[in-house]
Design a binder for this molecule. Structure first.
Ligand SMILES: Cc1cc2nc3c(=O)[nH]c(=O)nc-3n(C[C@H](O)[C@H](O)[C@H](O)COP(=O)(O)OP(=O)(O)OC[C@H]3O[C@@H](n4cnc5c(N)ncnc54)[C@H](O)[C@@H]3O)c2cc1C
Length: 452
């Protein structure tokens, strides 16, 4: 940060008069946390970190005032949506203010295949609004019901739907982002198409997003299914075949081995003892084609088949997939953690089998089939019995030696953690323009040096 600017929190708060804010320590601490505790390493490093105030802009004009005032007084800014990130993205490392963006949640317009929306809108609420016109988000994290679209673009990478559309970083998956810079006179920039990548998976270090244009997909009636298999590799083979079947409209193919499903309390009767499962979401008109594909995998038996239901009190099956699988385990035992891997597309099933055998008893595999760079591959979120940080590093190194990419979820800097999720644009160069004093989420973009 520029040493010539004296940090002055008190004067900042005076300058923000009229914008809702709190300095009540318990509330500020609560909004300074996310799901970093998934990682025992981050839990040790980030526990207790807190902002000094939470500011809640009501509109873009408030965001601009906050940006200008923070620049004037040298106060760090950590943007926040739903606070569901896993790598401490929304945890302020150097105090300052958390900027809660959730009030910026209006839909500006919707057209066939495209919606323009405030960053603070929860993705579940967004889909509910666009579905009557026949459209929905192309992809969403399994935290769809609690996370915001701005937090997804700035902190997430992909999820339910990525089997068809790829991850957020794929060209065309974020149409535009409106961004407020942190300067003496903040600018408001419309970043379109590839240029929108400057804020994608940048952890809020490159600007405050005040609007997003998100491409949409046709909304289907989705059917949730569980297919039980005698072995994990049977489930993996079937999931891969489903992923490759271009004519079957789907959103999920998630193989999970026994005993992980034993922790899925509400699904007990549908997860037979000793069996691996494949969770799938299939568009209703493709159900017959999916069942026909299952005939090629005769060891599989459907144990659950219901319309996906997101009503309050209901649990759609996607809340057992992606990082919710890990959460189901952590609810029972905090002695586990996880990894984020990407198997090489050229030898997906061989690579999956190799890793499963290598770490048998220590890692419980869990795959999410996705498209990436035009190829079908498996993203993996294995559950790891945590012993020591050294062992965790050994496991990560062993994956990398075998050609499996790791986006390390046990570090909080972009450079060290984002791995294959990093967007291929010059985020560092953009940050030098948009946040010259390095006030946005300082410490998360390690390679940034403040402009003197
Ligand atoms: C159980 C569980 C399951 C998950 N599953 C998935 C998954 O399937 N796929 C996936 O990608 N992620 C997943 N995640 C991570 C996370 O839930 C998602 O990435 C989610 O979209 C984050 O949204 P949020 O609103 O909670 O963001 P936050 O956690 O509030 O913020 C995330 C990042 O975005 C920044 N940010 C937020 N709003 C703005 C803004 N307006 N302008 C600039 N920066 C901003 C924050 O500073 C932070 O760095 C999961 C997490 C959990 C705990």
């Amino acid at each position: 940060m520029d040493g010539s600017i004296e940090r002055n929190m008190e004067r900042l708060l005076d300058d923000l008069a009229g914008i809702p804010l709190t300095t009540v320590p318990a509330l500020v601490r609560q909004k300074s946390r996310d799901f970093f505790w998934y990682s025992p390493v981050l839990n040790r490093q980030l526990r207790g970190k807190s902002a000094e105030a939470v500011v809640s802009p009501r509109d873009e004009a408030d965001v601009i005032r906050i940006a200008a005032a923070c620049f004037r007084h040298g106060v760090p800014i950590t943007p926040r949506g739903g606070g569901t990130g896993n790598y401490g993205q929304a945890v302020p490392l150097q105090g300052g203010v958390v900027v809660d963006m959730t009030a910026l949640d209006a839909i500006e317009w919707q057209r066939p295949g495209l919606v323009r929306v405030g960053p603070g809108r929860k993705m579940g609420d967004l889909d509910r609004a666009t579905r009557p016109e026949g459209w929905e988000l192309r992809m969403h994290p399994s935290t769809k019901r609690t996370a915001t679209i701005g937090g997804f673009v700035a902190g997430g990478s992909g999820g339910v739907g990525s089997i068809t559309w790829g991850g957020l970083r794929e060209p065309g998956n974020v149409a535009a982002a409106r961004v407020v810079t942190v300067e003496a006179t903040p600018r408001v920039l419309e970043q379109r198409d590839r240029e929108a990548g400057v804020v994608n998976h940048a952890y809020g270090t490159t600007g405050l997003i005040t609007a997003l244009e998100m491409p949409l997909a046709p909304a289907w009636d989705w059917i949730d299914l569980i297919v039980a298999f005698p072995t994990f590799m049977d489930a993996a083979r079937c999931g891969y075949a489903l992923a490759l079947a271009g004519g079957i409209v789907k959103k999920l193919a998630t193989p999970i081995p026994w005993p992980t499903p034993a922790s899925f309390r509400l699904l007990g009767e549908h997860c037979p003892d000793g069996h691996a499962i494949l969770i799938a979401m299939i568009a209703a008109p493709s159900l017959a084609a999916f069942k026909s594909l299952l005939l090629q995998h005769p060891s599989g038996a459907i144990t659950y088949e219901r319309p996906s239901d997101e009503a309050p009190g209901e649990t759609p099956l996607y809340e057992y997939t992606w990082n919710h699988t890990t959460l189901q385990i952590l609810k029972r035992d905090r002695g586990f953690t996880y990894l984020q891997c990407l198997h090489p597309a050229a030898r997906v099933l061989e690579s999956v089998a190799e890793i499963a055998a290598l770490f048998e008893g220590e890692l419980a595999p869990h795959l999410e089939f996705i498209r990436m760079n035009g190829q079908v591959t498996a993203s993996a979120l294995p559950i790891v019995r945590y012993t020591t940080e050294e062992r965790l590093h050994e496991i990560i190194a062993a994956h990398r030696e075998r050609g499996v990419s790791i986006a390390d979820p046990h570090v909080y800097t972009l450079e060290d953690g984002a791995g294959h999720k990093r967007v291929d644009v010059d985020q560092l160069g953009f940050k030098r323009e948009a946040d010259p004093h390095g006030l946005l989420n300082p410490g998360k973009m390690r390679s940034f040096q403040a402009v003197a």
